[in-house]
Design a binder for this molecule. Structure first.
Ligand code: PLP
Length: 463
């Protein structure tokens, strides 16, 4: 299997290289040359299989032999062994034909654990075989950083440094980054904003001498291996409610478009999906683009679903590439226009194509708190604010009521206790495996918002 950049100006790679690189050198995102299809019978057979077995069947065709089958099975088993539910992604019923898929049973209580945990195992296996090491650097406003630390802690071939804005992440999020005791993880509290942290990471990647000395690698949400790992739970949940005998719809709380693009991939592979609903919060660039055909950057507003507070949606580029018939020239044009003027137009044909696959809806802050409140009143179930965006959009846009609707439950309510309590009066508690989080020792380094200070620290600490 070969991987092509959406901008057409970077070398084509195999799976392993695409995984280790993350972002293509021309600024594009890697997309596989084709979408392997699973037969109806193969999908039917998943109904009785474990999450891990389904993961093997979905992921294996994309690897082009990068891992032996037995190795891949072992990596998958190890990745999900620590999840606090045997089904890994269990369904909870909220209405006669409405479900939430709980994707928060991993170590950091958000869906990013699914992809990050497997990516950690794949990195370790590949790097150990090659006798190489890498340093992973990321900036986080919350969920991604803790998921990366949880996934890479204790691995031999990887050091991980996560920059976060000092004093500006929630206490749960900070503690998830500062309490792992493993020597290879480093939480760096930067005296600045999240944008400052992102700018520092970008500068480090652009400092080629530094980049080569510490062998920098990126594991952000544009990494193809992360999207691939997320395709699995569309299959496991759909077969649990009757696919392939019946079609299934999904409503997906969306920021960078990684999670919902994984649903689109599942559809290409043969899963009968009726609707894929892009659920945005008030940062609604994607909803506006789907409504008008114009993708236009405005400012970011802070909401109670911070992991969806985005200005641009990086994985949307993959959907644009496919909707434009894999024409990298059109993608380059749109991205150049975005860079110059903060906006681009989607062609009529591409927009029609996107609309045939995706619906969209925006949840205002009032919609989010209203949805948390009535779901608690009607079902006794506590949604987190991100999941509430998905449930709201599902209700706003659902088509055939006979089609099961699955909203992706992206985070555990206990990650956002203040917003949840304000909405429904219940303060959600941490699940048992994290119950002592507030008592654990914290370890972090506070650094000035200065490139040289951060680089020096990283070079001193990387093994
Ligand atoms: C990352 C995240 C999202 C957005 O997912 P994308 O793949 O970026 O669209 C939504 N909710 C939560 C809780 C997240 O952590």
């Amino acid at each position: 299997m070969r991987y092509f950049s959406t901008r057409g100006d970077a070398p084509e790679l195999d799976f392993e290289a695409a995984m280790l690189t993350g972002l293509a050198r021309d600024g594009g995102l890697y997309v596989p040359q084709s979408w392997p299809e699973l037969s109806r019978k193969e999908i039917q057979d998943m109904a009785g299989e474990s999450y891990e077995e389904i993961a093997f069947r979905v992921i294996q065709p994309y690897l082009g032999g990068a891992f032996e089958d037995a190795t891949l099975r072992r990596l998958i088993e190890t990745a999900y062994a620590g999840f606090a539910h045997p089904a890994r992604a269990p369904l909870v019923q909220l209405g006669s034909n409405d479900w939430v898929m709980e994707l928060h049973r991993g170590g950091t209580l958000a869906f990013k654990d699914f992809a990050m945990k497997l990516l950690g195992q794949m990195f370790e296996e590949t790097l150990t075989r090659r006798g190489e090491r890498v340093t992973i650097i990321g900036a986080t406003s919350g969920d991604t950083g803790s998921a990366a630390i949880e996934a890479f802690r204790g691995l031999d071939a990887v050091d991980v440094f996560i920059l976060f804005p000092h004093g500006r992440v929630s206490e749960v999020q900070r503690r998830q980054m500062t309490t792992p005791a493993d020597a290879n993880v480093h939480a760096l509290a930067i005296e600045g904003s999240f944008d400052d942290c992102q700018a520092l990471v970008k500068s480090m990647f652009n400092d080629f001498a530094f980049r080569d000395r510490v062998r920098l690698a990126a594991v952000n949400s544009i990494n193809w291996a992360r999207v691939l790992a997320q395709v699995v739970y569309y299959f496991s949940s759909a077969v649990a409610v009757g696919a392939p005998g019946r079609s299934v719809s999904f409503s997906v709380p969306t920021g960078n478009f990684g999670d919902i693009f994984a649903g689109w991939v599942a559809k290409q592979m043969g899963l009968p999906i009726e609707q894929l609903i892009i659920a945005t919060n008030e940062n609604d660039i994607l909803h506006r683009a789907m409504e008008t055909g114009r993708y236009e950057v405005t400012g970011v507003v802070q909401t109670t679903s911070p992991s969806m507070d985005i200005q641009v949606s990086s994985n949307f580029e993959r959907a644009l590439y496919m909707a434009n018939g894999r024409d990298a020239g059109s993608v380059r044009g749109m991205m150049e226009s975005l860079r110059q003027s903060g906006a681009f137009e989607i062609s009529a044909d591409a927009l029609a194509d996107l609309r045939s696959d995706f619906a969209s809806a925006r949840a205002t802050e009032a919609d989010v708190s209203g949805t948390i409140a009535h779901t608690y009143r009607d079902c006794g179930y506590v949604l987190d604010p991100h999941t509430a965006c998905g449930v709201h959009a599902a209700n706003a846009r659902r088509g055939d009521p006979a089609t099961p609707m699955i909203a992706l439950g992206c985070a555990h309510a206990a990650k956002f206790p203040d917003a949840v309590e304000a909405a429904c009066g219940v303060r959600p508690g941490l699940p048992p495996h994290l119950a002592d989080l507030y008592e654990r020792d914290e370890r972090m380094t506070v650094l000035a918002n200065e490139l040289s200070a951060v680089e020096t620290h990283i070079e001193n600490m990387a093994r």
